[in-house]
Structures are given as structure tokens and as C-alpha cells.
Unconditional design. Sequence first.
Length: 150
Amino acid sequence: MSLGNRLFHARKKRGLSQEEVAEKLGVSRQTVSKWETDETLPDIRQAKKMALLYHLSLDELIAFDVDLQEIQETIDRTSQELEEKIDWTAAWGRKYPILLRYQEEVNAAGYAARLSLLIDELRREYGYSEMDAFLVLKDILAKVWQSRKT
């Protein structure tokens, strides 16, 4: 994503107009527009002021990840009812085809039984609900995955 696009999304996230940003930075609205369309670049002093205005560090402003923000906002807006209608295996299977074919290759019931025991153990030992125990186990698996990738 370009710097201009990052500036645009950071401004929108704070609910500010180009006019408001321009006034606070002592520049014209057209200048802000040119920054956001990558016609020109703000100097370092202006970039630091923008970072403060947008409640971001300069590093965060430069590396602002709208995709991550959009994903988080989508998760926050998704109702339980809609979530239950989504076939997550099919959705992720488009990116990771193994999810669509492993059932033919793997003793899924055997692994499911062992994972179920781990969920039960988390519930017993920590008093977690079924959902919380599942989420904790999922998070532990994600951390194991991250540690094995390095």
C-alpha cells in the first residue's frame, strides 16, 4: 500500500476531513490531497505532526496496515448468527486446498477425540467454558505454528 493510501486511511480512521487536517497542520487542503494521492510527500516535520494528530507513532503511520484494520472491523461487526452460517472450511479451503481434501487422508475422528480431551482438560483445570477452552487451544496451536516457522 502506498504512503498516500496509508495517510488517507489513517485520517479516515480518526474521522477527520482533509480541511481539518490542513488547518491543524497549517497547510492547504490541496496539499493534504496531494499527499494522499501520492503526488507529493509530506516533509518529516509534517509527517510527525500527522502521526500525533492521528494518534500513531511515525513508524505506525508509515506502516499503517489498512488490511489488518479492515479485518478487525469486520470481525467486530460479524454477528454470532452470521458467523454460524459461514462454512469456514470451504472459505479457507480456497486458499489452502488441503482443508478440502484432508478428510480423505487423515483419521480426523482420532485427532478430534484427542483434541476433545485437551479441551476437557482446559475446562477442568481452569474453569473455562467450552468456547473459551476451544479458543485457548486454538491460540496455543497458532503459537506452536509460529514457533515452528522460524
